[in-house]
Design a protein around this ligand. Structure first.
Ligand code: FMN
Length: 391
């Protein structure tokens, strides 16, 4: 590589400057009680902030108690939950990363088992553990699949309450120290289930054509943007295609992105799938590395908004190509960061964006820069020995 990598060029969105284009993708930990953040969340998100990403996303944090996916989800509908998040945002900021919150409501995909308890609807085994199912809501009384809870069709008053609760949650998020907020409208959860004709069969103003099915999300985003500080960025995560035959399409997404732009959204985070089951653990043919990047490109080209690419970005070179060739403005890393929380810092070294290991926390970087010189010297010595041996 020649020149400095685009991946490690800072990016300013509104008043917030990210030190690089790498983002830790939202990842549920299913490890909370009563929606409260605890030491697991501090260490999990803290080590990812130490790992050098420009932006560190929380998992999807529920705006209503019934909007949790599982009993272990984080929530932000109470003062105690807001308070518990403060030390996490403070630590992320102290590491030079920007703390971001994903605000969500699971809709008809609420009341589920944690993945390692079965990833299905809550059942007798969960009840025996003290984790009872609860009533779920959705645009129409259509379950995710056979055997799943049938959601109660939401009244317009229910929709208004969800919109208000997203706005209250955004106000609390600013109070908790988050600098970026994202509305979760992907993966078949509540907002996505309004968008998709697969799950939205309503005949009123919140169903029907694309404009009707988009109304719930647009009202939510408008309410969030109204309370979210003007100088702070707002993202929306969308399933660019929902993966169902005759479902939500990329054309729909580009049109929606233009509507979201007019409401003051800054970045569209482009994922896919989830309306018929899990987006990340989906069955079917294995996706290819970077399979969702074309969605980020299409939305960027079709709306002029900044986009975030995500999904099977596995190598620093791949991430660099995405931003250098302007397929997207940001690259989110999920499972790679679980295997290596220092993925962004390693990427900086690999791409020659950090020759002196200065992006590492000094507690580590000072030692590692010297170790790198030693290893280089050992490597030369080894190769000269090797040559000597072979003569
Ligand atoms: C453990 C785990 C939890 C996840 N939780 C969320 C979530 O809360 N919100 C969300 O939008 N996506 C969630 N996802 C999806 C990721 O954000 C990401 O889009 C997906 O894993 C693909 O990126 P990757 O290939 O880099 O892992 C989750 C993924 C994993 C592995």
């Amino acid at each position: 590589m020649t020149g400095s990598p685009t991946l490690f060029t800072p990016l300013t969105i509104r008043s917030i400057t990210l030190r690089n284009r790498l983002v830790i993708s939202p990842m549920c930990q299913y490890s909370a009680s009563d929606g409260l953040a605890n030491d697991w969340h501090l260490v999990h998100l803290g080590k990812l902030a130490q790992g050098g990403a420009g932006l560190v996303f929380s998992e999807a944090i529920a705006v209503q108690c019934r909007g949790r996916i599982t009993h272990g989800d984080l929530g932000i509908w109470s003062d105690a939950q807001t308070q518990a998040l403060r030390r996490i945002t403070a630590f992320i900021s102290s590491m030079g990363s920007v703390p971001a919150i994903q605000l969500g409501h699971a809709g008809r995909k609420a009341s589920m088992q944690r993945p390692w308890h079965g990833n299905g609807p809550l059942d007798e085994t969960d009840i025996a553990r003290g984790e009872k199912p609860w009533d779920v809501i959705g645009p129409s009384a259509i379950p995710l699949a056979d055997g799943w809870l049938v959601p109660r069709e939401m009244s317009q008053a229910d929709i208004q309450k969800v919109v208000e609760d997203f706005a209250s949650a955004a106000r609390r998020a600013a109070d908790a120290g988050f600098e970026v907020a994202e509305v979760h409208a992907a993966h078949g959860y509540l907002a996505a289930s309004f968008l998709s004709p697969v799950s939205n069969h309503r005949n009123d103003a919140y169903g029907g054509d694309r404009a009707g099915r988009s109304r719930m999300l647009l009202e939510t985003v408008e309410a969030v943007r109204y309370v979210w500080p003007k100088d702070k960025p707002l993202f929306v995560r969308i399933s660019a295609v929902d993966g169902a035959p005759d479902g939500w399409s990329l054309t729909d997404t580009v049109a929606l992105a233009n509507d979201l732009k007019s409401l003051g959204v800054d970045v569209i985070d482009c994922s896919s799938g989830g309306i018929l089951g899990s987006a990340t653990a989906a069955k079917g043919p294995p996706p290819q590395p970077g399979f969702q990047v074309p969605y980020a490109q299409a939305v960027k080209d079709g709306s002029g908004l900044m986009t975030q690419a995500v999904g099977l970005v596995l190598t620093p070179a791949q991430a660099e190509t995405i931003v250098a060739e302007e397929h997207a403005d940001l690259v989110a890393i999920g499972r790679e960061a679980l295997t290596d929380p220092n993925w962004p810092l390693h990427a900086a070294v690999t791409l020659a964006g950090d020759p002196a290991w200065e992006q590492w926390p000094p507690q580590y970087g000072w030692w590692l820069s010297r170790r790198a010189r030693l290893l280089t010297a050992l490597g030369s010595a080894r190769s000269s020995n090797c040559c000597a041996d072979s003569f």
